[in-house]
Design a protein around this ligand. Structure first.
Ligand code: ZN
Length: 317
């Protein structure tokens, strides 16, 4: 998916002997934009209930974005208490995509196994922002999401992804995983421009105010970096181009990982919404319906926020 000249590759190999190129999905992975034959709504299950972020405010926004795009959305909320945690077992298999807005205690072994079976059997997984902080000890989860942050993640969790000589490399340098500087508007740059999630969209666009996650790390296998943004040191960032949108395959399943989406303001971005909808579609089917770029899609110079109608879903207190 990513381009690099042979010279750049050779140079990178010489300079970075300890580094390895990121393993990308096999060429046979779906990579075309096609019209889906079925008009049946995609069935999406949002999982939430614990998060160090405002999940009660953001789940209705995620739901509204997807319902406006024609998805049939249900929400599985983990309630308070140990008993709720022990018995939390959403029926993942009734849906085509599980979208995690969850960052909380590890689920039961049965529930973890259910998700592994669901994604491993060809189901779709979508991970939004702090959901990639969850489950640092769950090996299969970390394989599915590629990279994550916090939760004592470090070099034992896997490498950083770093852009060197025009290619993403796996950088094993020791250090903690996950940080961010001050929230600000920043410009996303697309890399795998022919990937169905990105095809036809402007290659650079300014995102609304958000946390720019940096130093994420993890197994980083079968991952395509779709988009990144530069995290300036003067704002507390890493001083690196940081990967923020990812497409992955895990066994027979597909995963779209968006590190964007700290708050409702971040989710109002037309670019966040368009990539989320396309990511859900790709995770569900391996394809994305052909469509025009939304008229309000942000440019490289100007962000674009959408006011959303209240979601049909419950606004949880
Ligand atoms: Zn955040």
């Amino acid at each position: 998916m990513l381009t690099s000249s042979t010279a750049a590759l050779a140079l990178g190999a010489l300079c970075c002997a300890a580094l390895t190129w990121v393993q990308e999905p096999a060429p046979s992975a779906p990579s075309t934009v096609v019209a889906t034959k079925s008009s049946a709504p995609l069935r999406v299950l949002i999982v939430d209930g614990r998060n160090n972020h405002a999940w009660r405010a953001t789940t209705p926004v995620l739901r509204a974005i997807l319902e406006r795009a024609g998805c049939a959305v249900e929400v599985a909320t983990l309630r308070e208490g140990d008993e709720a945690l022990a018995t939390f077992r959403p029926e993942f298999s009734k849906h085509q995509v599980v979208l995690s807005n969850y960052n909380g205690p590890t689920w039961s072994a049965d529930t973890r196994r259910d998700l592994e079976s669901f994604v491993g059997g060809g189901g779709g997984l979508v991970v939004v922002h702090a959901a990639d902080n969850a489950f640092p000890e769950w090996k299969e989860w970390n394989e599915m999401i590629g990279v994550g942050g916090w939760g004592n993640r470090d070099e034992k969790s896997g490498p950083y992804l770093r852009l060197r000589e025009g290619r993403w490399i796996a950088d094993p340098t020791p250090g903690s995983g996950g940080s961010h500087g001050a929230q600000h508007e920043f410009v996303l740059t697309h890399h795998a421009v022919e990937h169905p999630i990105l095809r036809g969209l402007p290659k650079r666009w300014k995102h609304t105010q958000d946390e720019l996650y940096d130093r994420l790390r993890g197994p980083a296998q079968n991952v395509t970096v779709l988009a990144s943004a530069f995290a300036p040191k003067e704002l507390g960032g890493s001083g690196e181009e940081e990967p923020l949108l990812f497409a992955l395959t895990w066994k027979k399943g597909r995963v779209f990982h968006s590190a964007l989406g700290h708050s409702v303001i971040s989710m109002q971005c037309a670019g966040f919404q368009e990539t989320l909808v396309r990511g859900v579609e790709w995770a569900a089917t391996g394809a994305v319906r052909e469509r025009a770029t939304p008229e309000d899609f942000p440019s490289a110079e100007k962000s674009s926020a959408r006011e959303l109608e209240p979601a049909k879903g419950e606004v949880k207190k």
